[in-house]
Design a protein around this ligand. Structure first.
Ligand code: GAL
Length: 564
């Protein structure tokens, strides 16, 4: 949680503005509510010296002029640290930055010779990470990727001699033309360089390839957060688009690895002080999918009404719930969508009822979809309204205004009483192999190889004509690791090929406990699995087989659940 200046200031990122926002973060109470990272985005650099060291633009960061011809951001970081804040910086994984291509008229672009203008980390990973984390003491780095995407041979900035050609290793919206393996290797080595300077492991690497080059599949191995889409704009449509890009992937996130739909636009455009309904919706959506909460407006101008929305402690508590489960979409009809996030307290669920459209809508969600029992003691707290009520009946119903999101915390008795479904514990699941393999380029981009409570295509889970509201949908030739930590005694599921999947192949389902095979069954239709997992730390669910191997097929681990 914190703030990033890009949405408000682009490359006009002066020390005075940032410190102004930092003061406001504190005085407004937002730091107390959890917003602690103050990040610098594109625009801070002047040039790379012949010895490789980056010089800071001291006209923007006066405190960086430390004398003797040196520049250092250490005084700036120390001021933030003294305020109890954390500090973040920005660089690029290629040789050049995004502003150099996308903000060509900015007065704050790197200066000097072609080599001096190569401020990205490409040939300087270890040196730059030593400078940023070792010498300057930053806590966070956002590493962008325009250097791999926008400096292809033949681009005018390159043929004109302004910049050196590189790649392209990322071609936007064309994973088939991007070199995901190479892009991953660059972030992997950068992450190693950070670990050498910050062995405590408390630094944050924010990977910014905008969801390109299959980052969603590999970024969790190297960074703590990764962008899932292009930049957010202050419009309703852009906000929903970015939300969707992250919301589809709950199985890929968890503590220390978060889908990042980009900075919040609260305070800007469709989410400004005249659009409180939209601002609440935006905040609720980021909260329910456990997204990083990086504010992006000029906070010195943020009206109190929006400070209260961004600083709402109950909403933040949902976002920051220690279990770290990302919310899972349990229904999507027309313009309405319901997302459920299991909270650490057993039987407690945060629920977002979302009206994406511009007309009023009525939404209903049954307790069954929350895996809660119909009982007299179900309480529903409406977080924005700030009231709690006992639920009458088995269904939560709400009338929603245009673009309204109702955010609830529902507490009741789990149903079944002694089981937890895998889709209720996405943070405990690691998608070790998602079945995509070499087929990455061919997968429909709206599909997600591993889904909670849905098939990879997004359809409801269905095997042999039976629908499963609970379970995991995944491609075959996949392996899921589930963290049990010896807390459960039985695993049960009905596995099978998703109805409507191409062909009718045989699939082999194997369940391993700490590397030992517990059960293996093969079938075309539904296969019942029921096995003791007593004392198991890590459960593995493997599905092998396919149409004409190695082409995968959609399979379902229907009703997959653990019993203590
Ligand atoms: C984009 C990035 C933005 C911002 C910008 C700076 O690639 O997605 O969040 O950092 O570059 O130029």
């Amino acid at each position: 949680m914190g703030w990033n200046p890009w949405n408000a200031f682009r490359t006009e990122v002066t020390e005075a503005k940032i410190m102004g926002v930092a003061e406001t973060l504190k005085s407004s109470g937002l730091t107390g509510a959890g917003y602690r990272y103050v990040n610098v985005d594109d625009g801070w650099w002047l040039k790379r010296r012949a010895d490789g060291r980056i010089e800071v633009r001291t006209s923007m960061f006066p405190s960086a002029a430390v004398g003797g011809g040196e520049t250092s951001l250490r005084p700036f970081v120390e001021r933030l640290h003294a305020m109890g804040l954390k500090a973040g910086l920005y660089t690029d994984i290629g040789r050049n930055a995004c502003s150099q291509i996308w903000d060509p008229k900015s007065p704050n672009l790197p200066e000097g010779t072609q080599a001096e203008r190569e401020v990205g980390s490409f040939d300087f990973q270890a040196q730059d990470m030593r400078l940023i984390f070792g010498e300057w003491k930053f806590d966070f780095v956002k590493v962008d990727a325009c250097g791999l995407a926008d400096y292809a041979p033949g681009k005018s900035a390159v043929t004109g001699g302004q910049y050196r050609a590189l790649g392209p290793y990322i071609v936007r919206e064309r994973p088939d033309l991007s070199n995901a393996v190479y892009v991953e290797s660059l972030y992997a080595s950068l992450n190693k360089a950070i670990a050498e300077v910050r062995p405590a492991g408390d630094a944050i690497l924010s990977i910014c390839t905008w969801g390109e080059a299959n980052a969603a599949d590999w970024a969790r191995r190297h960074g703590q957060m990764w962008r899932t889409s292009a930049d957010i704009h202050a419009s309703w449509e852009s906000m929903l688009h970015n939300f969707d890009s992250a919301a589809r992937r709950p199985l890929y996130a968890g503590p220390g690895r978060w889908n990042d739909p980009d900075m919040l636009q609260i305070g800007n455009g469709a989410f400004d002080g005249r659009h409180l309904v939209g601002a609440r919706a935006h905040m609720a959506l980021w909260a329910i999918i456990s997204a990083p909460l990086l504010l992006g407006a000029d906070l010195t101008k943020l009206p109190q009404s929006l400070v209260e929305i961004a600083g709402n402690r109950e909403v933040i508590a949902i976002n920051q719930d220690p279990a770290g489960h990302q919310g899972v979409t349990v229904s999507r009809q027309g313009d309405t969508q319901a997302v459920v996030k299991s909270l650490a307290e057993r039987g407690a669920k945060a629920v977002a009822l979302i009206n994406r459209g511009d007309k009023p809508a009525r939404m209903s969600l049954s307790l069954a979809r929350l895996n809660l029992a119909l009982a007299a003691d179900v309480t529903v707290r409406d977080v924005w309204r700030g009231d709690s009520r006992k639920l009458e009946g088995a269904v939560i119903t709400r009338e929603l205004g245009p673009r309204e999101t109702v955010l609830l915390v529902v507490k009741g008795r789990p149903q079944p009483a002694n089981a937890v479904y895998l889709n209720e514990m996405p943070a405990n699941i690691h998608v070790a192999e998602d079945g995509q393999g070499v087929l990455a380029a061919r997968l429909d981009p709206s599909w997600v190889p591993a889904q909670a409570s849905a098939a990879p295509s997004g359809a409801p889970l269905r095997v042999n004509g039976k629908r499963y509201d609970n379970g995991i949908g995944i491609l075959s030739n996949s392996r899921l690791e589930v963290k049990l930590d010896k807390a459960y005694r039985r695993f049960r599921a009905t596995a099978g090929v998703q109805d409507g999947a191409e062909g009718a192949p045989e699939v082999r389902y194997s369940v391993y406990g700490d590397g030992k095979l517990l059960v293996k069954k093969t079938g075309k239709g539904a296969v019942r699995l029921d096995v003791s997992v007593d004392g198991v730390r890590t459960l593995e669910l493997v599905a092998e087989g396919g149409v004409t191997p190695p082409a995968p097929v959609m399979v379902a681990w229907g009703d997959a659940r653990l019993e203590p």
